[in-house]
Ligand binder design. Structure first.
Ligand code: ZN
Length: 428
């Protein structure tokens, strides 16, 4: 079978590929984009001056405001006649980002996405029902092109419409479903409600655009008895979804380090953090033509996973995405990310998924109040015991001791969009 995995056989070989790509990328951006040229000149860069991967540290960061300034074709580093497509992000914060692609960029992205299906152990016999948004967004096009390049059968169903999705699952005997985790759960419940599990052949789900919580996965697994489920990371700035995937070992996300370099930095100091520590993901592309990225600050938080994966694949790994660096807060000189609190709470019995952090200052000292919902049905008499459990777990894993209050299920505010969980009442 054709493989979409890279051919390097050691980390030295990977680093040689990265160095070549880095040299090409920086010179290409310098000659192709006035904005990049100015940024690079400001740090004293001259073409050809990259000699080792360590030289990456001397390059300037790029941020989403660089993409906003050049709207509608920011950081474009090739003539427009070489651009064959554009995609836009949904713009959850501020104006939407528009990114251009050359034909080679599309081919590279397609190859990366085909690699995702290979990493998820699909075969050409698989039938892939793609229930994500088609249009100017990167999702539909990415899932579709990658599936066809891989050689499986694509069923471009689009999002929503559970009635049609279930009909397709039965008629086309789809074996893989690509969707958001929320939709996966809705669909699983609908299959259960109609009692049609025995009529469908579904084996795997691939979740894009929203990370799946452990609770969601175990519910879907229980309802559909799936062989496997995978989160697919990705962002429009970096091609789109498909730039990495969990493998069957489910011990972190392999990322395609032959297409981009990933740095993890402290979002405050911008210095690299130690292996395994949480920081902001910063990406530098190695062969992207239309809009190369040089040290692009993604704002997503994760950690590098040291060592070789149990699956044996040499592609490096990062942890699951733990939230956004914009959401970080500091208590008694400790950086805390909401994702860390999520992960502590999700491991505790009797505790729900909703919580609220209220930060106050008293006599010059930070106080962190953590209000956590009990699980549905938990007796109020056991709230104090659960509060002590949460306090100890947060203290042990995050190194700050909060004041904890357990509140009844359903009493904290919920939002269909992003729920505001951090309320900072400290005076500057
Ligand atoms: Zn692996």
């Amino acid at each position: 079978m054709t493989t979409f995995m890279p051919s390097f056989r050691s980390l030295d070989e990977l680093q040689a590929i990265q160095l070549d790509g880095l040299k090409w990328t920086v010179d290409h951006a310098y000659s192709g984009s006035e904005i990049y040229r100015k940024k690079l000149k400001d740090v004293g860069y001259t073409p050809g001056s990259i000699k080792s991967l360590d030289d990456l540290q001397s390059l300037p960061f790029t941020t989403s405001s660089d993409l906003a300034e050049g709207y509608p074709f920011p950081l474009l580093s090739v003539p427009l006649k070489d651009v064959v497509r554009l995609h836009a992000s949904s713009g959850t914060t501020g104006k939407r980002k528009v990114l251009c692609y050359t034909q080679k960029d599309i081919d590279d992205w397609t190859h990366m996405f085909a690699r995702c299906y290979e990493m998820a152990d699909l075969t050409r016999e698989d039938r892939v029902q793609i229930c994500v948004g088609y249009g100017v967004w990167t999702a539909g096009a990415g899932f579709q092109l990658g599936c066809e390049r891989f050689g499986a059968l694509a069923v471009p169903a689009g999002p929503g419409n559970l009635e049609m999705q279930i009909e397709f699952l039965m008629d086309f005997e789809s074996t893989v479903l690509c969707c958001t985790a929320s939709m996966g759960l809705l669909l699983a419940e609908e299959v259960e409600r109609r009692n049609v599990r025995h009529l469908i052949k579904l084996e795997k789900m691939v979740f894009g655009s929203e990370r799946s919580s452990e609770a969601m996965r175990s519910r879907i697994r229980a309802l559909l008895n799936l062989k496997d489920m995978f989160d697919i990371p990705g962002m429009t700035e970096l091609y789109g979804p498909g730039t990495g995937l969990e493998c069957r070992a489910h011990d972190g996300i392999h990322y395609w380090a032959d297409y981009y370099i990933l740095e993890i930095v402290d979002p405050e100091t911008l210095q690299p953090v130690a292996d395994g520590e949480i920081g902001e993901m910063v990406v530098t592309t190695l062969s992207k033509e239309a809009v190369p990225l040089i040290r692009y600050r993604t704002r997503d938080l994760s950690a590098a996973k040291p060592g070789v994966c149990p699956c044996g694949n040499l592609l490096p790994r990062h942890d699951r995405i733990l939230g956004r660096s914009d959401d970080m807060f500091i208590v008694r000189a400790v950086n805390i990310y909401p994702g860390q609190i999520d992960s502590v709470l999700s491991g505790l019995a009797g505790i729900g998924s909703e919580y609220q952090v209220v930060l106050q200052r008293s006599e010059g000292k930070d106080i962190m109040n953590l209000r956590v919902e009990a699980e549905l049905g938990l007796e109020p008499s056991s709230f104090p015991e659960k509060a002590a459990l949460v306090r100890e777990s947060v203290k042990r894993k995050i190194l700050v001791t909060p004041e904890v209050e357990i509140v009844p299920y359903g009493s904290l505010p919920r939002s269909e969009r992003k729920t505001k969980r951090i309320i900072d009442m400290r005076q500057e």
